[in-house]
Design a protein around this ligand. Structure first.
Ligand SMILES: C[S@@+](CC[C@H](N)C(=O)[O-])C[C@H]1O[C@@H](n2cnc3c(N)ncnc32)[C@H](O)[C@@H]1O
Length: 215
């Protein structure tokens, strides 16, 4: 078996979501936008799901393709912005996940991405999102380029020069419900905060996690 490239483990809250909602007892097709090396999709593939991942980073897509050769499921990895590659994707998915990616997008790209998700996610299919909250350490560092949007000027977190968009909990919930429409009774919204050490500095992370079933 080839050595796994990049991050190995899925996001801890994605793991909790996956088992809490018994997705290990189902099989289907899952799409992750911003999949990196495939550490999150690995959880689905190990449980028999067919996986599709997209990312703007060619190295990540190449690594993901190689990583998934070991799984006996269909896997498809495509490089590019969603707007450029959406026609290469399936028409319907049983689950769509967006962990730790939309904070790198513009508000227009997020709305377009959510509209696409709304089109391809099956009724009762699970949507899962993690994104940065306005109380995150990074919000306010660098040059302000929009409402709660900053071009980071510190390299402590390895994100210097990236544009980062932060949301209040109600703001991101409203956007999800306006563009994707999840069943209110299935909607879960969680706050996640944790400290971590990066380049000998303590970094306070704050995220909002939203998941639920498509109406
Ligand atoms: C912090 S990593 C998260 C990777 C993975 N989703 C996870 O939770 O471990 C962000 C990923 O999103 C990708 N990315 C950034 N902007 C993107 C965009 N506009 N469309 C698709 N992928 C993007 C990056 O290349 C990177 O692989």
């Amino acid at each position: 078996m080839k050595k796994w490239q990049g991050l190995i483990y899925p996001d801890i809250n994605l793991i909790r979501f996956f088992y809490k909602n018994r997705l290990h007892t189902e099989k289907g097709n899952v799409l992750e936008i911003g999949c990196g090396h495939g550490n999150n999709l690995r959880l689905f593939a190990e449980n028999g799901w067919n996986v599709t991942g997209t990312d703007i980073c060619s190295n990540s897509i190449a690594a993901a393709k190689s990583n998934f050769e070991q799984f006996d499921v269909n896997s498809l990895f495509i490089e590019g912005l969603l707007a450029e590659i959406s026609t290469k994707l399936e028409n319907k998915y049983d689950s769509v996940i967006l962990p730790n990616v939309i904070n790198y997008m513009s508000i227009k790209e997020i709305k377009d991405t959510f509209d696409f998700v709304s089109k391809v996610l099956k009724k009762d299919g699970f949507f899962f999102l993690i994104t940065r909250h306005t109380s995150d350490f990074r919000c306010g560092f660098g040059d302000q380029i929009g409402k709660n949007q900053w071009k980071l000027n510190s390299d402590t977190t390895g994100e210097k020069g990236t544009s980062q968009l932060f949301f209040e909990e109600w703001e991101i919930k409203d956007l999800v419900q306006k563009h994707i429409k999840l069943k209110e009774e299935s909607l879960i919204i969680l706050r996640r905060t944790f400290d971590e050490i990066q380049k000998e500095m303590k970094i306070f992370n704050a995220d909002t996690i939203i998941y639920g079933k498509k109406l």
